[in-house]
Design a protein around this ligand. Structure first.
Ligand code: SAM
Length: 280
């Protein structure tokens, strides 16, 4: 079955009584070349164990399964599970998990399979939380290749201080080197989303400045950008730091106490968290 061909998809979905859910970000690919290019761009090899987020009806899953040792596909919508069982029946290296990627114990996958490769056409309503979770949770991966909205792809590699720079940018810069592989216009999906998309590969890399306490560093990043209009000193008060105390810690890290989080690079956040750790 050609899983990107509308005239094959529609009867399949009708037979299973499936209708698209906007709130679950269900926009399925209808151009055969795109899942092939994502699978190729993800760097998956015959030794790879792949985590796919949101397989839908399985068009990307199939391309990954052809190339990888194993694919673990996590789909939240239980209506799609019988569809996936049918469309992927020829593969014995695909495990379908009906669940929410935000709830899944990612580290238990590492215990079972070692390092994983992530590939996905992500649901757009939850792109940033998913990326933050993958990067923050201690989950071990070699690369994360994802299709996201084009404007979100720009945020992934934005420079500190720019309008697009955010918590996710700092987290990505700390853990990976991002690279945009190609763009995909809205007409390549059903239903067509309002905006174009891009496929980005985040290749795992060692940070220039390593944070001794990464949990602390991520909490600083999130608090700082949670209230980005405030100065960093004011934004982190929710973490329990007094203003004067935190201003001193910033100065000890070589950062102006008047700074806003959006001006700080991943290296700055790591350096600051190390100074805080050493003062405790
Ligand atoms: N991979 C398919 C494709 O490329 O055509 C579908 C991609 S569609 C953009 C996103 C998929 O993610 C949908 O199948 C949706 O049901 C699923 N999804 C949404 N939220 C999810 C979550 N929290 N955890 C796992 N899957 C989710």
């Amino acid at each position: 079955m050609e899983l990107t061909n509308i005239s094959e998809i529609r009867p399949l979905l009708e037979r299973h009584g499936f209708t698209f859910s906007k709130s679950l970000g269900q926009n399925f690919l209808i151009n055969r070349d795109v899942p092939v290019k994502i699978a190729e761009g993800s760097g998956v090899t015959a030794d790879s164990v792949v985590l796919e987020i949101g397989p839908g009806i399985g068009c990307l899953t199939k391309e990954l399964a052809k190339r990888a040792k194993k694919v673990i596909a996590v789909e939240i919508d239980r209506r799609l599970i019988p569809v996936l069982k049918e469309t992927l029946s020829e593969f014995d290296n695909v495990e379908i998990i009906n669940g929410d990627i935000m709830e899944l114990d990612l580290c238990s996958l590492n215990e079972k399979y070692g390092k994983l490769t992530v590939a996905a056409n992500l649901p757009y309503y939850i792109t940033t939380p998913i990326i933050m979770r993958l990067l923050e949770s201690g989950f071990d991966y070699d690369s994360i290749t994802v299709m996201v909205q084009k404007e979100v792809a720009r945020r992934f590699s934005a420079s500190a201080g720019s309008k697009e720079y955010g918590a996710v940018t700092a987290a990505i810069a700390y853990r990976t080197v991002p690279k945009t592989l190609f763009t995909v216009s809205a007409g390549n999906f059903i239903p067509a989303p309002k905006v174009d998309s891009a496929v980005v590969r985040l290749l795992k890399a060692e940070p220039e400045v390593k944070a001794e306490n990464e949990r602390l560093m991520f909490s600083l990043i999130k608090a700082g950008f949670g209230q980005r209009r405030k100065t960093f000193v004011n934004a982190v008060s929710e973490l329990g730091y007094g203003k004067e105390e935190f201003a001193r810690l910033l100065e000890a890290s070589g950062i102006s106490p008047a700074v806003r989080a959006e001006k700080l690079s991943a290296n700055d956040f790591a350096r600051l968290s190390n100074v805080i750790s050493s003062h405790k």
